[in-house]
Design a protein around this ligand. Structure first.
Ligand SMILES: Nc1ncnc2c1ncn2[C@@H]1O[C@H](COP(=O)(O)OP(=O)(O)O)[C@@H](O)[C@H]1O
Ligand SMILES: [Mg+2]
Length: 250
């Protein structure tokens, strides 16, 4: 296990946003971080990524407090894709992915075959090689999202943290992206609010409710009607069968 949180809290403007969260990443697979809007998913991801300092507790990378690790070193171990980037840059898709190599390269060093191979592998794994030469600004929303993930993969992280990567995508592109996650070859933590997608594509689920992590485990164990009712304030029924866990809402 490399990334973990122990009793992490974060208070902003006097309000507790993340409360006493203890979380260990599974050894492999995709961990879905689910919870309603405002439950603290993005805030927790930022704390886990070291982009924000908690007001209590600690995040550890390989047993070392993340606050004691230099930014470039953190970026060699974990990569983050925050909610959809809207930056308009005059770069090709390949050039955006190549930006992911920065933490792996010494300042002013020449571009190496290793860099080239990492970029090519990231474009291959996200199915974006055929768009490599296209200008970033002309890509569709789904393609941009894939290129952002490719940029993160080019960092060669052990952990990939994704914040609602399927937002703004149509259903086919949402499913394409979710199917991609278990095949990326890195551990993934993905914030999601679609419970059926979380159940279908995540090997483990962690549930956020009002800033607290209230459950963590396999989808079939965690997602039951009473928990969903309490957290999302909806009536739901859950069926677990050979094809997986399905949630219906009323
Ligand atoms: N910088 C901030 N200052 C004050 N409140 C914040 C800040 N960032 C987030 N919040 C609040 O924290 C809560 C959780 O936000 P967030 O982590 O974005 O939740 P989620 O990603 O689950 O929707 C929300 O109520 C939000 O308004
Ligand atoms: Mg969010």
């Amino acid at each position: 296990m490399t990334l973990s949180a122990e009793n992490v809290s974060w208070t902003a403007g006097g309000a507790p946003i993340v409360r006493d969260v203890t979380l260990a990443l599974p050894e492999k697979g995709v961990l879905g971080l689910v919870g309603p809007n405002g439950s603290g998913k993005s805030s927790l991801l930022r704390l886990l990524a070291g982009l924000r300092r908690g007001t209590g507790g600690a995040v550890y990378v390989d047993g070392q407090p993340i606050t004691r690790i230099r930014r470039a070193e953190i970026a060699r171990r974990l990569a983050v894709v925050e909610q959809q980037a809207t930056t308009e840059v005059a770069l090709s898709a390949r050039e955006v992915v190549a930006l992911g190599r920065a933490p792996q390269r010494a300042a002013w060093s020449a571009w190496t075959e290793r860099d080239e191979a990492a970029v090519a592998s990231a474009l291959e794994r996200t199915g974006m090689m055929h768009r490599a030469a296209q200008q970033w600004s002309t890509l569709s929303g789904g393609e941009r999202q894939r290129i952002q993930i490719a940029r993160a993969l080019a960092q060669e992280p052990r952990e990939l943290l994704l914040d609602e990567p399927t937002n703004h995508l149509d259903i086919r592109h949402q499913l394409d992206l979710m199917r991609l996650l278990p095949r990326l070859g890195t551990r993934v933590v993905v914030a999601l609010h679609d419970l059926n997608q979380a159940a279908a594509f995540c090997s483990e689920i962690a549930v956020m409710h009002e800033g607290r992590l209230i459950a963590q485990g396999a989808p079939a164990q965690v997602l039951n009607a009473s928990l969903i009712g309490e957290v999302f304030a909806v009536d739901a029924s859950v069926t677990c069968g050979p094809t997986g866990t399905r949630i219906s809402f009323f």
